[in-house]
Design a protein around this ligand. Sequence first.
Ligand code: FRU
Length: 471
Amino acid sequence: MTKLKEIVDSCSYRQKFHIQPTTGLLNDPNGFSYYNGEYHLFYQWFPLGPVHGIKHWYHVSSKDLVNWKDCGVGIIPTEYFESHGAFSGSGIVENNKLHLFYTGNTRNEEWIRHPYQCLAIMDSNGEITKNSEAVIKDLPNGYTDNFRDPKVFKDNNKYYCLIGAERKENLGTIVYYESNNLLDWKFKGEIKTDFFGNGFMWECPDYLRFDNKGILIFSPQGLEADGDKYQNIFQSGYLIGDKIDFSNGEFNHGNFNELDRGFDFYAPQTTEDKHGRKILVGWMGLPEIDYPTDKSGWAHCLTIPRELELKGDKLIQKPVKELELLRGENLKYSYTLNNEEKDIVGFNEKTYEFICEFSNFTGKYVGVKLRKGIDEETVFYYDIENKKLVLDRSKSGEVFATEYGTERKCEYNAENLKVQIFVDTSSVEIFVNDGEEVFTSRIFTKEISTGVSVFADNNTNVEINLWKINI
Ligand code: FRU
């Protein structure tokens, strides 16, 4: 571990303000909750290298969603019901204790998998005690061993547990259980969506309620690419509808929308804090893809936290306000671009927050370039004619996952364009017009490539605010 840590620490792609593993691999956020005056967040962790080995839960906590305290390993798989890993799950506070539900992954000698749904309880001292046995031990008929990622919540004085599942006919779905005491669970059936039939396995279900609306979030595997949509190996998105009727699983809803348009986003999880804010954190990575940091003994990080709002039939995702704590020295510029690209001279940072507002644009495109250097740049622009937002990472540095393309696009109708971008050493998170679209991506750029520019092929006004990161 000491040797591995030395290699990891010397990697030039280590992030500055994102949650990342000390060594090894991070994947899904888990157990995200507000408990005892703090946010608690866990993540899937394999300590010994950048591979999906036996998963642990690593624990961090924060009072402000920006400064995270390292609380060490939260769940180490030691019991027969989690022999091959403590897989993803969620947290719910009851009786002043944080109840953590997760999937115990097991395999027998023939490598046949059996998933258990398990419970561990954390007290106000941060002490985590596992229940002596799993709370859901059997698989209901009709489902494969891809049966995991419990999301537990309360609705009308009953507890419900959503589980990501695969039907025996290789179709992804979500099933649910009901309980009065968080210990005894009764299988109720499937959440009945019109999206059924898309994908072979639906991972990491989550459920949010806004007034009279219900929002089901999940990560389906096996969607076919469809135009600009579903370009990543696996997707994450949501269905908005009336609240789910848990007496029969009925869910009347609209289209499936992707949560993020970037290259690296998966398995998000939400929580609600004491102010009633709904906050989402995702895994800034994807399964089954090799990343340039693998050779340095680590992989992946979590996204910055986003506050969710509902606007019509769309989720709006804004970086949480507390991220302003990261703002250090501020530089402001105001330009009129006249069919040109303008470098922001004298700003050479690898980590920063960047807000750029374009107005009165006509022509074909307006955009920004980040982490510019010799032969390197990450380009984000609005294609005015085709009404599309485009992220191009073909020249972002070390290339990877190129079989899934080097551009991500989505349809967008803009008259004005405000982009707010969080640039960390090896990532960009781009929020468009206050959270209407988000593009999250890793980039592996040379340390010396630190240029920033704005460009337009027409006469456009642009207002720029840059903040160095204060950490
Ligand atoms: C999603 C996922 C979950 C599973 C976990 C294992 O990325 O496959 O379904 O619980 O990762 O680490």
